[in-house]
Design a protein around this ligand. Structure first.
Ligand code: SAM
Length: 162
């Protein structure tokens, strides 16, 4: 598979998993968490699909496309390991969905980051919240959900908080 094919599969899987999760939370109250603003692609997809939700975005810096930058109240800047544990005071309501797009080029570091966030992220989530992630998590209170058709195992991950 070429690098172009691989990129297309990755972003298609990401979009399919986000759409699947958004369908699952239909009609359920709660905010949305986006860990990893990056250039704002997935934030833009979430806000276009969920215009009435409070979407809180986390990143260590704001380097997104100028059209894809959250307002100050919804942008939580700093290292995830500092901001996630204390973010509940910033949220209008516990989150009904979280998207973790936290990977860097270093797989071991990205998995370790997910491992660390597994201790604090659940506290921001409502019961039955859906978590979509580019990294695997091992959280006792989360159960793994099936991926949408066509998304290869391990390419993306979907969990539900019990
Ligand atoms: N979702 C984005 C998009 O669609 O454009 C891409 C996100 S990019 C893969 C990952 C982002 O996570 C980067 O912007 C990086 O700055 C951020 N990030 C990685 N580790 C972090 C950490 N420990 N604390 C805060 N931000 C971090």
């Amino acid at each position: 598979m070429s690098r172009l094919d691989s990129f297309i599969r990755r972003v298609s899987a990401q979009r399919d998993c986000l759409n699947d999760a958004m369908a699952q939370i239909t009609g359920r109250p709660g905010s949305i968490l986006e860990l990893g603003l990056g250039n704002g692609r997935t934030f833009d997809h979430l806000r276009a699909s969920l215009p009435d939700r409070d979407i809180y975005v986390f990143d260590r810096h704001v380097k997104a496309h100028p059209d894809c930058i959250p307002d100050e109240a919804h942008m939580i800047i700093g290292d995830f390991r500092d901001t996630v544990p204390t973010a509940m005071t910033r949220l209008s309501a516990p989150a009904v969905m979280a998207h973790c797009d936290i990977g860097s080029g270093d797989k071991a570091l990205s998995v370790a980051l997910a491992q660390t966030l597994g201790a604090s992220l659940p506290r921001l989530l409502a019961a039955n919240a859906i978590i979509v992630s580019d990294q695997p998590f091992e959280v006792a209170s989360w159960e793994q959900l099936p991926l949408p058709d066509g998304v290869a195992a391990g390419r993306y991950h979907i969990y539900r908080q019990k």
